[in-house]
Design a protein around this ligand. Structure first.
Ligand code: C2E
Ligand code: CA
Ligand code: CA
Ligand code: CA
Length: 276
């Protein structure tokens, strides 16, 4: 509330609408959430078509809100980013994800989403090293997912940081590929291992040939740059058939294979898969 200039304070200022109040409450709750340990991770297995099993699981943060139930990242990540809290949340996510991955079969890696702020202001190289050490995890079992927007800001810093991570054997994927301002020239220079093609590219492939051409083009370009490719958001058998008929893609992620699951369920799936 703003002071009105005569020493009193108007708490319910007309200008402060419902939205502003909700936003304040969310900010307050987010700070509490870190203190009260309310964040948890779910893991979505990514299917390797060549090996016919799950070889990576992506960590996806959830918030067990005391009143509102289980919230997805869409409900809070952007506010956490604006508040700067994403840096601490991100460190926690890295730590937890590495501890969880240490419980999986040796040939399965974990992929962790890194927000732009965490990448630039979060001592990312140090927090990655600490998370790996804390879990005694081989660095090659950790992948970081960065979006295109990260690559475009402060190219010198980005490039150096990525090289430091790469030297430590931590792989970097380009997330949501095709949705941002693609910088194809950088893609060649930065130490990227993988691109994840955004699920929006699957949208029309059953009906429109153009959509299929786009998907095929992106996949081919990535492969020619020496990158491995994941197609995100595969929901139907038809989509999978079209993808495998038209591309050489090796990895697919989506509800068709598995939804994001709590750690104990993922552990069981990975173990069962290797015992058959
Ligand atoms: P993303 O990195 O693109 O993650 C994939 C999102 O697509 C996840 O949503 C996942 O549940 C969803 N998804 C997977 N398969 C399918 C499918 O077949 N169909 C559909 N419709 N959706 C599918 P989620 O968990 O809600 O996460 C949303 C976004 O929030 C993520 O998008 C990522 O950008 C961000 N995020 C999640 N966890 C973290 C985190 O720990 N740190 C940061 N910085 N961002 C995170
Ligand atoms: Ca991701
Ligand atoms: Ca993505
Ligand atoms: Ca996405």
């Amino acid at each position: 509330a703003k002071a009105d200039g005569r020493g009193s304070c108007r708490v319910f200022e007309p200008a402060m609408g419902v939205q502003a109040l909700e936003r304040r409450e969310l900010e307050f709750d987010l700070r509490q959430a870190l203190l009260n340990d309310e964040f948890e991770l779910h893991y979505q297995p990514i299917y390797n078509l060549a090996e016919q099993r799950f070889t990576v699981c992506e960590a996806l943060v959830r918030w067990r809100h005391p009143r509102r139930g289980l919230l997805g990242p869409g409900d809070f990540i952007s506010v956490a980013e604006e508040m700067g809290l994403i840096v601490d949340i991100g460190k926690l996510v890295l730590k937890r994800a590495c501890l969880e991955c240490a419980l999986w079969p040796e040939d399965v890696s974990v992929a962790v989403n890194i927000s732009p702020l965490q990448f630039r202001r979060g001592d990312i190289v140090t927090s990655v090293a600490e998370a790996l050490e804390g879990a005694a995890l081989r660095p090659s079992r950790l992948e970081l997912e960065l979006t295109e927007s990260v690559l475009l800001q402060d190219v010198a810093f980005t490039s150096l940081t990525m090289k430091l991570l790469h030297m430590r054997q931590v792989a970097i994927s380009l997330d949501d590929f095709g949705t941002g301002y693609s910088s194809l020239s950088y893609m060649n220079e930065l130490p990227l291992s993988k691109v994840k093609i955004d699920r929006s590219f699957l949208a029309g492939i059953e009906k429109a040939n153009k959509a299929m051409l786009m998907l095929r083009g992106l996949t081919r370009l990535s492969a020619e740059l020496g990158l491995s490719v994941v197609i995100e958001g595969v929901e139907t058998e038809t989509q999978l058939e079209l993808i495998t008929a038209a591309t050489q893609v090796q990895m697919v992620q989506g509800y068709l294979f598995s939804r994001p699951l709590p750690g104990e369920e993922v552990r069981k799936i990975l173990r069962d898969e290797r015992e058959e």
